[in-house]
Design a protein around this ligand. Structure first.
Ligand SMILES: [Zn+2]
Length: 488
């Protein structure tokens, strides 16, 4: 008995040392000395005013193949030309699709691969009836209380204008890039990007352009958003999830609801939806494990231990973690039934019933593997399973050791003075225009250097969208530093 106890204790000690050892080994040292350079001269007030004015153009996009509204997109592009005269007169500017812009700043060394900085000009609509809930009208471009208010302030005109501000300053400083720098501003990111980003990417591909890296929206400098971390955390997206909606449909003879078949078309579809939803996709720990490792000692030892030892804790991870949908979304293909339709009347049997389920696919899985899993789960030959709307595969995952990530990391550190700053790669759970460039880019990153707290985060596609003036000016400086770091 004593021997067994001794063996058991020895086993526990061994296990504990493995767990602790792995935890410490995988924890990245997060605190690096900040390397601040003399501040860039950006005329803060003028730059703020230019962004505020940009928010007065109602560039709400229409889905492909409808052309964008000439009454809003035309004047918006004209405005950009007048606000950034040096960019538009000195660099090579092409219009792609209807209003999308591709701008090339030629580099001096043709052997170096170009980089591409991108953003989108379009915005999502303000939901009718919610205008009154905005503290300042969504299209007035108000600057107040240290914020620039309006639809598009975060998503994504601060990206468009921020990039242009940085390039305008660099041109005035007579900076000449070593490698080609492309700027790409799409007109329809919010509705799939077919007229903007996709066409720009195809055009570059037809010219044989191969990009060192692409930088799009999708990450930011967060404060008070990553649980347990009090200082700023710059989240850089090295990958994004794929997008797929599947329509499940069933047909039936219909008739009077007083004499129904054992399962109606509506019941059949409901059963299929339930089978999909009650069988969650397997967890993929690696993206979150890398993220947690980069947060370093900011995160509790227990949390780090759990992720560093996913081989052991994997099966129980959901019980160990707080109920946090955003955290779980970073670890698996998510399932969201969103649309349902059956009979038009309560006492009429449906002749057709339909449901749409939206999936966000984790890198490593694919549209085909998700569809196959769904068909196997539904296991009902009377249910049709068809793709619905736009489809996109998960992106490749860019390395944190790559040139682009290192340059981005360096640029952020040079601008953000807070010694508590942590920079970490975080899988983007939504879709961005960057995915259209996957075929021609060695790496893609999703990051816009604005600062977001929990309140600002609600502004994305919501009410009271706003960006802090200070955060916007930092974003400009990060673009500025990035161009100098990556193309000097
Ligand atoms: Zn966006």
């Amino acid at each position: 008995m004593k021997k067994i106890f001794l063996l058991f204790s020895l086993g526990m000690v061994l296990l504990a040392s493995v767990l602790v050892g792995r935890t410490l080994l995988t924890t990245e040292s997060s605190v690096e000395p900040p390397e601040r350079l003399s501040t860039v001269t950006v005329d803060g007030e003028a730059a703020t005013g230019r962004l505020a004015r940009a928010l007065t153009y109602r560039t709400v996009s229409r889905p492909y193949p409808e052309p964008q509204n000439p009454a809003t997109f035309g004047p918006f592009v004209e405005y950009l030309k007048s606000a950034y005269p040096t960019v538009f007169s000195r660099l090579e500017v092409e219009t792609v699709g209807g209003y999308s812009l591709l701008i090339r700043w030629p580099g001096s060394q043709p052997g170096l691969k170009p980089i591409l900085l991108m953003s989108h000009m379009d915005v999502v609509p303000v939901i009718p009836g919610t205008e009154k809930r905005w503290r300042h009208p969504p299209y007035d471009g108000v600057v107040s209380d240290g914020y620039i208010w309006g639809r598009g302030a975060l998503d994504d005109k601060s990206g468009v204008l921020g990039i242009l501000e940085a390039v305008e300053v660099l041109l005035h400083e007579d900076f000449f890039p070593s490698r080609d720098i492309y700027l790409a501003f799409g007109e329809d990111e919010e509705v799939g990007g077919q007229q903007g980003a996709l066409q720009i990417a195809s055009l570059l591909e037809s010219r044989g352009v191969r990009l060192e890296f692409v930088l799009d929206e999708g990450g930011a400098i967060t404060r008070g958003i990553v649980p347990g971390v009090s200082g700023p955390v710059a989240l850089i997206g090295p990958a994004e999830k794929g997008y797929l909606s599947l329509e499940l449909s069933a047909e039936d003879a219909g008739g009077h609801s007083s004499q129904p078949p054992p399962v109606t078309a509506a019941g059949r579809v409901a059963r299929a939806v339930d089978r999909i939803q009650s069988n969650p996709f397997p967890l993929t720990m690696e993206h979150t494990a890398t993220f947690i490792a980069h947060l370093g000692e900011e995160v509790s030892f227990v949390q780090r231990m759990v992720f560093a030892n996913a081989w052991l804790f994997g099966p129980f991870i959901e019980q160990l973690l707080p109920d946090n949908p955003a955290l779980i979304a970073g670890m698996r293909t998510t399932v969201a039934p969103t649309m349902l339709a059956g009979s038009v009347k309560d006492n009429v049997l449906p002749m057709e019933a339909r449901a749409v389920v939206n999936f966000r696919i984790i890198p490593g899985e694919s549209v085909a593997s998700v569809t196959a899993r769904v068909e196997a789960l539904v296991d009902d030959e009377r249910i049709g399973v068809e793709p619905y709307g736009f489809v996109s595969e998960p992106s490749p995952v860019a390395s944190t050791d790559s040139f682009g990530y290192r340059m981005l990391e360096r640029s952020i550190r040079q601008v953000v003075g807070d010694p508590a700053l942590v920079i970490a790669p975080r899988l983007v759970i939504g879709a961005t225009d960057a995915r259209h460039f996957a075929r021609i880019a060695d790496a893609s990153f999703r990051f816009l250097g604005v600062t977001l707290g929990p309140e600002e985060l609600k502004g994305f596609h919501g009410t009271n969208e706003r960006v802090s003036v200070e955060g916007y000016l930092e974003a400009i400086k990060i673009y500025y530093r990035l161009i100098r770091n990556a193309a000097s």
